[in-house]
Design a protein around this ligand. Sequence first.
Ligand code: ZN
Length: 328
Amino acid sequence: MLLHADPHSAFVFGADVGEAYITTAIFGLTLERLATRTTEFSGRRIEPAEVGQVIARHVEELLAETGTPRSRVIGLGLGVPGVVEHPIALDAVVHAEVIGWESATFDWLEAELGFPLLIDNGAKTTTQAEAWYGSARDTQHAVVALLGDGAGAGIITNGRLYRGASSSAGEWGHTKISLDGPLCRCGSVGCVESIVGASAVLRAWTGGDEFAGRETQGVNALLIASRTGDVDAVVVMKDLIEHLGLALSNLVNLYNPEKIIVGGWFGDLIIRDHLEELRAAVRRFSLKQPGEQVTVERSQLGVDAVSLGAATLPIDRFIETGLVHSHV
Ligand SMILES: [Zn+2]
């Protein structure tokens, strides 16, 4: 229990800008989820202005649905793809070239909402949720690896989220595991996400883009084919597990985590069928000592972790501000 206040004395929003959807949820002060709204985009690119409009609409609907007065809301946390410069500050700038966002800002949205808006990278908000409520709760050293169309990671070291000089640490999806391979959305080749991301894997399976915009359906078809012994599907899955294990072993050798927690919608689907093979691949490619110590687990929080993690941002600040006030 983080706070002993009445959980319904104040409320907080968490929003997740995903690859194909925006989810906004309203939580009580102890982060129990009260209601959720989701808008899907079916794989097309969404501009920052449209994201803001959708979130503002979600907020109005959720306030009405739960009968919450706006004055009781302490803030909205927003998890976005890409690098967030000055995260959790009023001058946050989002650099997400892979979805066409260059130096996007959201201060206008804060003015429209009428309460504080705090932004951070979605992998980092998810990692925060895993550290507060999920599989990383009881460890000081963990890696949260998220796999969807893209790939990202959050690194917890000595119990704290590792950010780096300008908060871009954890861009694991664009670390390289090959000198060639398909072109990545970042303009480079050999990136982790261009090899183990959902679209990349589906392209390797079908040889085309027939599942573009309906990747979840494609991945389910691939997993069913693989389970029933379809030779092509089995080869694609084996190749995926090998490369994912290799990419994760680099994190093991760099950060020496106790746990690797695998999440993201694609990561979650893969690990249901292939946890043991993935564990074996991570161990095989890691140095012996850290490889034998690390455990690989499925995220307990699942895909709801991003909005939950985003909601921790205003709570975090609320606690800090509260402490400051108590000393005045
Ligand atoms: Zn890349």
